[in-house]
Design a protein around this ligand. Structure first.
Ligand SMILES: NCc1[nH]cc(CCC(=O)O)c1CC(=O)O
Length: 331
């Protein structure tokens, strides 16, 4: 029996679930045993609001442990990773992505359209707040935070005080709570966060054997989608808390007339949005291309959004400007 690989994880229900799922997949594919090592992050120890701490605190403790060699690999929710590269570390796999759409959890099984004006709907993410306002449904959007269980408790159970909350479908699926979802939101109405529903499996770049081993978990279409969405985010120089949304789909495209019979041509479709927090300014665009050009497509779509004035929308939110990395998820 080979020595177990040490997979560092936060202790939250979601982190433990997704780390366990990656550990199992890795063992199934390679026969290597994997042990989970809990890493307590500054974000878990503090009760300060996440927008003050920055979501980076959840990530950096895991990255420090990787660099120090106390763990061999880490699993992150990809949407929580800053767009800047981490020196000495490598994302060795992007496993098959979960459904990236947002989900509504509402009282009495209601859908968004069934919520009466004045309904209280909870979410902390600026991207979701902006899009809920843009719908013009006269919903009362209430900022909430905390882990998935805490946020669910605002609408399900004895302490419920809201009519609905919006959460990522992927997180609920991973912790086995997809049953509470009353509507999966159409991306045309509620475009997800860049990389939502995807995981990043990270290790040290110089750990060549492990880089090679982890490649079995990589899913090329999921990686291409994430590359496009995050290229858009990075080009807008926005962080994961900005009112920026992006969603890429890889689909079978129309083969060129010159293509040989049986050739499968893949196409990437990327949709991106920048919306002011009050929902009054709402820029949404799409673009298609080939998956090999995922990064260029993301950059090009961001450039189009900037031409239409995206920077002035982001500027309203204390846009940090070139060369800086914004942190601070309120999700
Ligand atoms: N920032 C919080 C966060 N980070 C990852 C997920 C779960 C879904 C995913 O992997 O994208 C969530 C919860 C949510 O947004 O509801």
């Amino acid at each position: 029996m080979s020595t177990p690989l040490r997979l560092g994880t936060r202790g939250s229900t979601l982190a433990m679930a997704q780390s366990g799922q990656v550990a199992d997949a890795l063992t199934a594919a390679t026969g290597r045993p994997v042990e989970l090592v809990e890493v307590v992050t500054a974000g878990d120890r503090s009760s300060a609001p996440v927008h003050r701490l920055g979501v980076g605190v959840f990530v950096s403790a895991l990255r420090d442990a990787l660099t120090a060699g106390t763990i061999d690999l880490a699993v992150h929710s990809y949407k929580d990773l800053p767009t800047a590269d981490a020196p000495g570390l490598h994302i060795a796999a992007v496993p098959p992505r979960q459904d990236p759409r947002d989900a509504l959890i509402a009282r009495d099984g209601r859908t968004l359209a069934e919520l009466p004006p004045g309904s209280r709907i909870g979410t902390g993410a600026l991207r979701r707040i902006a899009q809920l306002h843009a719908l013009g449904l006269q919903l009362e959007v209430t900022p909430i935070r905390g882990n998935i269980d805490t946020r669910l408790g605002r609408v399900v159970g004895p302490d419920a005080d809201l009519d609905a909350v919006v959460l990522a479908r992927a997180g609920l699926v991973r912790i086995g709570r997809a049953d509470v979802i009353t509507e999966t939101l159409d991306p045309m109405l509620m475009l997800p966060a860049p990389a939502q529903g995807a995981l990043a499996v990270e290790c040290r770049s110089d750990d060549h054997d492990l880089v090679e081993l982890l490649a079995v978990l990589d899913h090329a279409p999921s990686r291409a989608a994430v590359v496009a969405e995050r290229a858009l985010l990075a080009t807008l120089e926005a962080g994961c808390s900005a009112p920026v949304a992006a969603y890429a789909i890889i689909a079978e495209g129309e083969p060129a007339s010159s293509a040989a019979e049986g050739d499968v041509v893949e196409e990437i479709y990327l949709r991106g949005a920048v919306i002011s927090p009050d929902g009054t300014r709402d820029l949404r665009l799409s673009r298609t291309g080939t998956p090999a050009d995922a990064a260029e497509i993301g950059k090009a779509l961001a450039a189009e959004l900037l031409e239409l004035g995206a920077d002035s929308i982001l500027g309203q939110e204390g846009h940090a400007g070139p060369g800086t990395q914004q942190f601070g998820s309120t999700e």
